[in-house]
Design a protein around this ligand. Structure first.
Ligand code: SF4
Length: 432
C-alpha cells in the first residue's frame, strides 16, 4: 500500500504477470526450505552463465546468491547483513551482493521470504566476466562442507566466440561438470531430458524477446528496466526450461499485446504512465534498496526506459541466440559466453548504440554502481562513445546495489531532472 497526495491509503498497482512471478519465486523458496524433508538437493550457482537446464535435468534445485541479495535489498534487510559482513572484516569496497549474502548466512541463512535456506549440496562456479564470483565461492567453500565444480568461461576479448572457445567449454561440461552433477544427484546424465528442457527455454525466450522489443513502439507498453526486471525474474533465476517459465512468458506476452493494442504505457507502482515524454536507454544495474523511489523519479517525469543492458546479464536473446536442443552442450557453452557481462567494451558500445537507434531513444543514462567494478569499468568511455555515434545526450548517476548508504535520493533526483531538461533543450534546439 502507499498514500496518495491527500494522505489516503491506496493499493500499489501491479501487472498480473508481476504477481504471477512473485508467486513462482515464493514457491521456489518454500520448496528450498522444505528440501531437507523432501530429499531434494540443490546447487548454489550464479546468474550470468547459469546452467539451469542442466541442473534441472538432474533434478537439482538452483539457488542464486545474487537473487537472494537483491531480494534482501528490496525487503529492507541488506543494511544489517552488510553490517554483519563488515564487522567480520570485509571492506567497504567489496561487492555488496557478496557482503549481503555472507551477512545473511551468518545471521542464520534465512532467505528473503523468511524461510531458512538449505546448505548447498554443490557450489557450481559457472560465471562470466567478474572475478568476484570466484572469491565469493572461495568464502562459501570455507563455510560449507560441500564439493565445488568449476566451469571456466572464456571472456569475449576479441568480441567473438570461436570454435576453440566453444570446444573448451563443452569439454569442461563433459569431463568436469556433468560427472560432478551425477555424483551429487546420484543420477546419470540424461541428454534427452536436457533437450526437452532446452526446447522449453527457447519457447520462453521467444516470448521474452517479443515483450522486450515491444518497447520499440510509441508509446512503449513496457518499461524495459524497472518493469523489465520483473519480466526477467523467472528466466534469470531458477525457472529456465520449466513449464512454469513457458506459461509465464506466454501470459506476459498476451498481457503486453493487449496493452499495445490499447496504446497504453507501462504500469509503475504509482500507476500508469499516461504520457511518454522521454525514451531512454539505461546501462548498469538498478539500486534495489530504493527500487520504487528510483522508478518513481523516472515515472514522475514521464520517462520510460525502452531498453537496458542489465536485463541482458543473464543472457542476450535479442541478438537471435536461443538455447538449441539439437546442440545441447554447445548451446549451453554459447549461452554462457554470450552473457552481457562477458562482452568486451566495443561490443557493449555497439549494443547500446543499436538500442539507441532501434528504440528511437532520446538519450543514454548510466547508473554506475559503486561496488560493482565489473559493470562500472569503462562506463564513461561507453557514454562518450555512444554520444559521439548517436548524437544523443548521455547522463550519469551513481548508486549502489544493496547498500542503502550509497543511495542519495536528493542528489539522484536532481541529476535526473537536469538530464531530462537537457534532453528537452536539445530537442527544442533541433526543432528550431
Ligand atoms: S562485482 Fe558486480 S558483477 Fe561481480 S559479483 Fe558483484 S554485482 Fe556481480
Amino acid at each position: 500500500m502507499k498514500t496518495d497526495a491527500d494522505g489516503a491509503t491506496v493499493a500499489v498497482q501491479k501487472d498480473e504477470s508481476q504477481l504471477r512471478q512473485k508467486r513462482m519465486i515464493a514457491e521456489h523458496f518454500t520448496r528450498l526450505a522444505n528440501s531437507r524433508q523432501t530429499g531434494e538437493k540443490n546447487t548454489y550457482t550464479f546468474v550470468p552463465g547459469n546452467l539451469t537446464e542442466l541442473l534441472r535435468s538432474f533434478d537439482l534445485l538452483p539457488v542464486l546468491p545474487e537473487i537472494n541479495a537483491l531480494q534482501s535489498g528490496m525487503r529492507g534487510k541488506s543494511k544489517d547483513y552488510i553490517a554483519v559482513a563488515e564487522k567480520l572484516g570485509h571492506s567497504e569496497d567489496v561487492c555488496t551482493y557478496v557482503k549481503c549474502d555472507l551477512g545473511m548466512m551468518k545471521s542464520g541463512n534465512i532467505g528473503p521470504t523468511g524461510e531458512k535456506m538449505p546448505d548447498p549440496d554443490l557450489l557450481l562456479l559457472s560465471y562470466t566476466g567478474c572475478f568476484t564470483f570466484l572469491k565469493w565461492f572461495e568464502i562459501l567453500q570455507q563455510e560449507y562442507d560441500c564439493p565445488v565444480a568449476m566451469l571456466h568461461v572464456p571472456y569475449q576479448g576479441d568480441g567473438e566466440i570461436t570454435e576453440q572457445m566453444r570446444d573448451y567449454v563443452v569439454d569442461q561440461l563433459k569431463t568436469k561438470v556433468i560427472p560432478q552433477l551425477e555424483k551429487v544427484s546420484g543420477k546419470a546424465y540424461d541428454e534427452d531430458r536436457l533437450k526437452e528442457l532446452l526446447a522449453q527455454s527457447a519457447q520462453a525466450e521467444d516470448d521474452l524477446v517479443w515483450v522486450l522489443e515491444s518497447a520499440k513502439q510509441k508509446p512503449s507498453p513496457i518499461d524495459a528496466y524497472f518493469g523489465g526486471i520483473y519480466y526477467l525474474g523467472p528466466i534469470f533465476s531458477a525457472f529456465r526450461g520449466t513449464d512454469d517459465a513457458v506459461a509465464y512468458y506466454k501470459a506476459l506476452r498476451a498481457e503486453v499485446t493487449q496493452r499495445l493494442s490499447q496504446g497504453l504505457g507501462p504500469i509503475t507502482p504509482e500507476g500508469e504512465i499516461e504520457s511518454e515524454r522521454f525514451r531512454v536507454v539505461v546501462e548498469g544495474p538498478p539500486n534495489w534498496t530504493h527500487f520504487r523511489e528510483f522508478w518513481k523519479m523516472f515515472a514522475d517525469e514521464g520517462a520510460v526506459v525502452v531498453a537496458s543492458t542489465y536485463t541482458k546479464v543473464g543472457g542476450v536473446y535479442d541478438n537471435g541466440f536461443r538455447h538449441d536442443p539439437s546442440r545441447p552442450l554447445e548451446s549451453l557453452a554459447e549461452y554462457c559466453m554470450g552473457c552481457y557481462t562477458n562482452l568486451n567494451l566495443p561490443s557493449r558500445v555497439d549494443m547500446l548504440s543499436r538500442y539507441m537507434t532501434e528504440y528511437q531513444a532520446d538519450g543514454l543514462l548510466i547508473n554506475s554502481i559503486k561496488s560493482c567494478n565489473s559493470f562500472s569499468a569503462g562506463q564513461l568511455m561507453i557514454l562518450r562513445e555512444v554520444e559521439n555515434r548517436t548524437g544523443k545526450p548521455g547522463g550519469f548517476i551513481e548508486s549502489d546495489l544493496v547498500d542503502p548508504r550509497y543511495f542519495s535520493a536528493a542528489n539522484i533526483k536532481n541529476r535526473l531532472e537536469s538530464y531530462f531538461q537537457m534532453i528537452e533543450q536539445k530537442r527544442s534546439g533541433a526543432a528550431s
